[in-house]
Design a protein around this ligand. Structure first.
Ligand code: F6P
Length: 568
C-alpha cells in the first residue's frame, strides 16, 4: 500500500468516523496543530486531522521528493513542461546579490534593471518631473488589463489603501482598473477623470488579449477626443505623455504607439496570474503608493519563498501545509468547494485573486505523466468563492452551517486593525475590531462543534422547531492570523502563501499549474461569433451565418440578440 492509499485508509477508518468535537477535546492534539512563521500563525486544529495524519503527510512529501522539486523550480528548471518554460515568479523578489540561472543566463540583473526603471519613472511621475501633455501633474492612473494582469493588483491596492502609511503615500492620487470589455466598465473607469492628469498603464503579458487591446484602443481614442475638445491635436506627443505599457511583447507595444522608454518588460518565465510582483503590479502600485513602500510587498513574498524551500518539516511549513490540506480535503475527503473568508474588509478582492490563481492553475485533469499517478493524485481543484466576514455570515453562511454539503473554510484575520494607527480614538477602534474578530473565532467553533439535538432540547426549544435548530458540525476550517495589521510586507506574504499552496497541490495531483489551455476554446469561438456580428451589423433578421459552424440553437439565440437590437 503506498502512502496516499494509507492516508485514504486512515481517513476512512479513523478520522471520517471521529467528529471534530471529539478531536477538539484532545488538548495534546490541539497543541500540535498550530504553527507560526514570521508574524503569521496557522491554526489547523479545526481540520479533520491529527498528529498521526500529519506524520503521514510528511511521508507523502518525502516519498514524492516535494522539497527537491520546489527547490528545482526556484532554481530555474523548465517546470512548465507544456510550454517549455521555467517558473520563476520567485526570482522577481530575489535579492539583487543572488543568482538564478535560466538557459545559462543569470536573470536577476534583468529583474533589477526593470525595477530600477520602474522606480525612476514612478518617482518622476509622483514628484511632477514627468508631466502630462499640458504640463499638469499625473495624479490618476488607469490600469487596463484582465485576469492575472488585473486581479492581483486590485487585491493589493484594496489591501493597502486603508493602511495608514498607504493613505499618506497615496494622498491626492487615484488608481482605477479597466478589465472587462463591457463598455459600462469603461464608463466606470473613466468617469469624472481629467485626461490632462491621467496616465494609462496597459498591462498585458501577450499584448494580444482581445479585451485588453480593445479597451486600450477605446482609451487611446478617449484621450485624443478629450484633448481635441481642449484644442490639442498633436496625437503622437499626447499619447507619449499618457500611455505606458507592461508586456513581454515589445514588438506589439511599439506598434500600438507606446514610446519604448515607457514600456516595462518582463519574461516568459513569469506566468500571467503569478505576475503581480513583476512590473505588471509594481508599476501601477508604485505610481499610487511609491516604489519604496511597494518594495516591501516583494520582501514579504520573498520571506515566504524562502520558507517554502527551507522548512522541511511539513508541520511547520505554512504553504506546504496549506497545499497538503487542500489536496487532502479535495482528494481524500472529496469536498468540492472552498470558502475563503477574510475577516478584513481590506481583503475584499483577495478571494477574486485566489479564484484565478487557484482555479486557472489547478482546474484541470490532464496529467503531466499520465502513467505515474494513482487515483488519489487526480486533480480535484475545488470551486473557490468568498467574501469578507462578517458580511458573508449574513449572506451564504446558512448553507455553510446547515447545507447538505460540507464546504471547508479558510479564515484570515489580523490581531490589529489598519484603522488603529493614526486613529484619534484607538480604544474605540480596538473595540470594533474585537467585535469583528469575535465572529472569526465563533464561526470556527460553530462549524466544528455544531449543536446537538440534546442541546437544543435542553434549551427548551419547541418540538416542531428542534430539528431546524440542530447544527451537524464536523465542518472543517483553518485559521490564518497575522500578528500585525495588513501592511505591504504581510500582504506580500499572503500573496506568496497562496501562490505556493496552489503549486504544492498541483505537484501532488501531477498536473502542470502553469498552463491554461482550458481558456482557449471559448476565445476562439468568441472570435467566430464576433465575425458573424460584424457581418450583420445592420441586419436584424435572418442573419448571414455563412462559414459559422454552430448548432441552430446558438444561431437562434444570436438572431434574437440582433432582432432585439432592431428598431421597436
Ligand atoms: O485568461 C487567460 C489569460 O491568458 C490569463 O492567464 C492571463 O492572466 C490573462 O488571460 C491576461 O493575459 P495577458 O496579460 O496576456 O493580457
Amino acid at each position: 500500500m503506498d502512502i496516499q492509499q494509507k492516508i485514504a485508509q486512515y481517513y476512512e477508518t479513523v478520522l471520517s468516523k471521529t467528529h471534530l468535537r471529539t478531536l477538539l477535546d484532545n488538548d495534546e492534539r490541539n497543541k500540535h496543530l498550530v504553527t507560526q512563521f514570521d508574524g503569521i500563525l496557522l491554526d489547523y486544529s479545526h481540520e479533520k486531522v491529527d498528529t498521526e495524519l500529519i506524520a503521514q503527510f510528511q511521508q507523502l512529501v518525502d516519498s514524492t521528493n516535494l522539497f527537491e522539486t520546489l527547490k528545482d523550480i526556484q532554481s530555474g528548471i523548465k517546470f512548465n513542461s507544456t510550454e517549455n518554460r521555467a517558473v520563476l515568479h520567485t526570482a522577481l523578489r530575489t535579492p539583487e546579490a543572488q543568482q538564478v540561472i535560466v538557459d545559462g543566463q543569470n536573470v536577476i540583473p534583468d529583474v533589477y534593471q526593470i525595477l530600477d526603471r520602474v522606480k525612476t519613472f514612478t518617482e518622476s511621475v509622483r514628484s511632477g518631473t514627468f508631466l502630462g501633455y499640458t504640463k499638469k501633474q499625473l495624479l490618476n492612473t488607469v490600469v487596463i488589463g484582465i485576469g492575472g494582469s488585473y486581479l492581483g493588483i486590485e487585491f493589493i491596492y484594496e489591501a493597502l489603501r486603508t493602511h495608514h502609511e498607504g493613505q499618506l503615500k497615496s494622498k491626492g492620487r487615484q488608481l482605477r482598473f479597466l478589465a472587462n470589455v463591457d463598455p459600462v466598465d469603461t464608463i466606470r473607469a473613466l468617469q469624472n477623470l481629467n485626461v490632462e492628469e491621467t496616465l494609462f498603464v496597459i498591462n498585458s503579458k501577450t499584448f494580444t488579449t482581445a479585451e485588453t487591446i480593445m479597451n486600450a484602443k477605446v482609451c487611446r481614442n478617449w484621450i485624443l477626443e478629450q484633448y481635441k475638445l481642449l484644442g490639442h491635436e498633436n496625437e503622437k506627443e499626447i499619447l507619449e505623455s499618457h500611455l505606458t505599457a507592461v508586456s513581454t511583447n515589445l514588438a506589439e507595444t511599439g506598434k500600438f504607439g507606446i514610446n519604448e522608454q515607457r514600456v516595462f518588460g518582463f519574461w516568459d518565465w513569469v506566468g500571467g496570474r503569478y505576475s503581480v510582483t513583476s512590473a505588471i503590479g509594481v508599476l501601477p502600485l508604485s505610481l499610487q503608493f511609491g516604489y519604496d513602500y511597494i518594495a516591501q510587498v516583494l520582501h514579504g513574498a520573498h520571506s515566504i519563498d524562502q520558507h517554502l524551500v527551507n522548512e522541511k518539516q511539513v508541520s511547520k511549513n505554512l504553504p506546504v501545509l496549506l497545499g497538503l490540506l487542500g489536496w487532502y480535503r479535495a482528494s481524500i475527503q472529496k469536498y468540492q468547494a472552498l470558502a475563503l473568508i477574510p475577516y478584513a474588509q481590506c481583503l475584499l478582492r483577495f478571494p477574486a485573486h485566489v479564484q484565478q490563481v487557484h482555479m486557472e492553475s489547478n482546474g484541470k485533469t490532464a496529467l503531466v505523466y499520465p502513467d505515474k499517478h494513482e487515483q488519489y493524485f487526480k486533480s480535484a481543484c475545488p470551486f473557490i468563492f468568498g467574501e469578507p466576514g462578517t458580511n458573508s455570515q449574513h449572506s451564504f453562511f446558512q448553507l455553510i452551517h446547515q447545507g447538505s454539503q460540507v464546504i471547508p473554510c479558510e479564515f484570515i484575520g489580523y490581531a490589529k486593525s489598519q484603522a488603529e494607527t493614526g486613529a484619534s480614538n484607538p480604544g474605540a477602534v480596538r473595540d470594533q475590531h474585537d467585535e469583528l474578530m469575535s465572529n472569526y473565532f465563533a464561526q470556527v467553533d460553530a462549524l466544528a462543534r455544531g449543536k446537538t439535538k440534546e442541546e437544543v432540547i435542553a434549551e427548551g426549544v419547541k418540538e416542531e422547531l428542534q430539528h431546524h435548530k440542530v447544527f451537524p458540525g464536523d465542518r472543517c476550517s483553518l485559521q490564518i492570523l497575522f500578528k500585525n495589521e495588513a501592511n505591504p510586507y504581510n500582504v506580500g506574504q499572503l500573496l506568496a502563501l497562496y501562490e505556493h499552496r496552489v503549486l504544492v497541490e498541483g505537484i501532488l495531483w501531477g498536473i502542470n499549474p502553469f498552463d491554461q489551455w482550458g481558456v482557449e476554446l471559448g476565445k476562439v469561438l468568441a472570435k467566430n461569433v464576433r465575425s458573424v456580428l460584424l457581418k450583420n451589423v445592420d441586419n436584424h433578421n435572418n442573419l448571414d451565418f455563412t462559414g459559422f459552424n454552430a448548432n441552430s440553437a446558438t444561431k437562434n439565440l444570436i438572431n434574437h440578440y440582433r432582432a432585439f437590437q432592431g428598431k421597436q
